[in-house]
Design a protein around this ligand. Structure first.
Ligand code: PMP
Length: 302
């Protein structure tokens, strides 16, 4: 279990910086009882200049706002001020390579009525890649992703993650590392907390938007493919097609990029280190620390 805080940890809470061990919330709100809150998962890195850089900070805080708006939660917060507060939290906690968790939550109100205010908390801690650094054994879940007709699935709303927890726990109980969820039409959607790509004959494929959380990492990888001139296509596909792939991987802020060993026991054909996906993994690492994705031949360190 990650170490989230100790007695010295500072977090940002509604305009103040407070000790995590002393921060308070109440037990009478929709967020805790009904999963009615929105959040973000962001990473900061020690960038090549030695400074701390929050990767895609504006995109994450804009999505936080979009998630709150989608959930009818008031959002009176200024994005630049929140980014500044986040840098301050990192500094106060002596963190450079960190995972950052802003959470917008509801005040005391146990009805289903809309609130007139929202609260915000921003915490940060050190976190290794969420799904580890070894190729994953993935299992097609018996759970489907939430139906977009029942949920605002492009919002990062806390309640949606009950589905993620069920799927991930099911996969682990069956001896796999992680689950893969289909959408309600039987097409591959995403993981419990990451988007999926597969590689076939040098081209990358990822599910089209519609039934997925369109991840910021996913968008970054589409940019990287463009920069590296790697063909990439968004389309709907099934697990049967995915099992014929040369390689596959999960991508997300917390997981970064992590290759798959197998899906439902079917091993992917190519050795990870020889895939285009591995080149993308390396390029992503470089981008997060402020280096260009394209490396001149001969300059590669590893
Ligand atoms: N899908 C789901 C369900 C997620 O929880 C996440 C993590 N936020 C992602 C995809 C990847 O999104 P991002 O790259 O923006 O972290």
């Amino acid at each position: 279990m990650a170490n989230y805080y100790n007695e010295n940890t500072i977090l940002y809470l509604n305009g103040d910086y407070v000790k995590a061990s002393e921060a308070k919330t109440d037990f009478f709100g929709q967020s805790l009882h009904y999963g009615y809150s929105v959040f973000e998962g962001i990473r900061s890195y020690k960038i090549d200049t030695g400074e701390t850089g929050i990767f895609k900070a504006a995109a994450h805080f804009e999505r936080l706002k979009a998630s709150a708006v989608a959930m009818n939660m008031p959002y009176p917060f200024d994005i630049d001020a929140l980014i500044e507060a986040t840098y301050f939290v990192l500094e106060q906690n002596n963190l450079q390579d960190a995972y950052i968790r802003p959470l917008v939550y509801a005040p005391a109100n146990m009805s289903f009525n809309q609130n007139t205010e929202s609260y915000i908390m921003i915490a940060a801690w050190e976190m290794q890649p969420f799904l580890g650094d070894k190729l994953l054994k993935v299992m097609t879940s018996s759970f489907e992703r939430p139906n977009p007709k029942g949920f605002k699935i492009t919002a990062k709303a806390a309640g949606h993650y009950v589905n993620s927890i069920l799927a991930s726990q099911e996969a682990k109980a069956k001896g796999f590392d992680e689950a893969l969820l289909n959408d309600m039409n039987g097409f591959v959607a995403e993981g419990p907390g990451a988007n999926v790509f597969f590689e076939k004959d040098g081209t990358l494929f990822t599910p089209s938007p519609g039934n997925i959380l369109p991840g910021i990492t996913r968008a970054t990888l589409l940019e990287i493919c463009d920069e590296l001139k790697i063909p990439v296509e968004e389309k709907l596909f099934t697990t049967e097609e995915l099992k014929q792939a040369d390689a596959a991987f999960y991508c997300g802020t917390a997981a970064e990029i992590i290759g798959w060993e197998s899906l439902d026991g079917v091993t992917f054909k190519k050795c990870w280190n020889e895939t285009v996906s591995k080149q993308i993994q390396d390029a992503y690492k470089r981008k997060t620390i402020g280096l260009p994705t394209v490396v001149e031949p001969g300059l590669l360190q590893d």
